[in-house]
Design a binder for this molecule. Sequence first.
Ligand code: FRU
Length: 495
Amino acid sequence: MTESRPATSGTIAETTAWRPAAHFTARATWLNDPNGLVYHRGTYHLFFQNNPHGSSWGNISWGHATSTDLVNWTELPVAIPCTDEEMVFSGSAVVDHRNTAGFAADTETALVAVYTSATTAADGTGRQAQSLAYSVDDGATWSRYAGNPVLDIGSAEFRDPKVFWYGGDDGHWVMVVVEATEHRVVVYTSPDLKTWQRVSAFGPAHATGGVWECPDLFPLRVAGTQETRWVMIVSLNPGSFAGGSGTQYFVGDFDGVNFTPEHLTASDQLVDYDWLDYGRDYYAAVSFSDVPDGRRFMVGWASNWEYAGETPTSPWRSSMSLVREVDLVRSPDGRHRIRQRPVLPNDASRLDLPPGATAVASGGDSATDDGGAADDGGAAGVLVFSMRVDAGDSATFVLDGGADGEPADGEGLRITVDGNAGTISCDRTGAGDTGFHPAYASVDWAPLPPSDDDADVELRIVVDASVVEVYTGDGLVALTELVFPARPYRRLTRG
Ligand code: FRU
């Protein structure tokens, strides 16, 4: 299927220029949420909500890609295709080391995917229940479990199971799954992935202006200590801080049954809650299972349901975020906040921006005057701009497609740090093609993280074709924004 709407200048080269290098895209099709993130035998598996037959949402199946470095991904055949009866909605994957489900013979180890079967009941109403598929060839091929679904409460709004093993040999499986319209994450336990018992629930809490989706729950280290806290991730659509889809989180404790947050506020202000990302384009973020050494990597879908179906690329549509390594930082106010650090390609161009200067990426292919992009139409690869803003100072940086010494052509992403107000903002109202959907053009902002009064604000801006990720406060605040410029961004100027 071709996209419903042509790109601004209607060229294939243009959408090629918008295809990021290190943010995963499907070769020629639609994607949304990351699913089944798992590390197994030296390989990271990224499954994803995929329409194998088009560039719009539909025929939802689990696409599949693998990587050994979390940056370079290889797309593989669809892992779990939809059928006439069932779409394969979001979920997770585990390595069944103890063969609790009995899917593995002798020397085999089973990977088990736990996903939401989205079906239509005889009376025409939707039905969402949890089902299993398994692989005994390290993820190459997948079979549905004959006893599906394994968890069905007769609901049309019950989805996105995230499963993990809790405890040692005497432990059990835990599933967190949402009752989406109830704003509730429900906890189930199981000895074998096939029989599940409801043991507790968390929510409603904090943002509830839309459905709750794609929960996650995992232990996370507190930087510089031997301590661990548990983190509950809850995606919300619509009703997020930036508008539309977004991902909030809660830090607390989990005892195998109950999750207890360490901080809940009675405030009804979205700014008082904790958000993984304050931009418009970071949703359904979940973490990898089974990564060695207790490390935790997350990835989100770099789009927003408000306009995801209209973004002007073809034939691929939507990308993942960069993979981010996360840990917790104890803030001066005693609360714990998630710190995120993107996994960057080794060949990223790293540019430091001294005060008052301009940084322009060289190498890669340069933009041409006719608004297209040179060579194969690709962008300049991944660029990482780093800079500092003096404490109390205010500064605007303009990211655009200009060359050294050339005046700005007016198109660009404007990033402003306001030291007095304690905010950072991204203005994409003039960032390129903004006309594909009325909800796209926006100015998004975040509070700067708590810090010593006289500390500089440090900024890192990662540019990868149509995805810009902005990090400040050492990764305590992130903003992810899609941009569709006529010329790939490669210059940053202090305005
Ligand atoms: C989140 C979501 C999930 C659902 C999937 C369907 O973006 O709505 O709740 O499982 O997408 O594609």
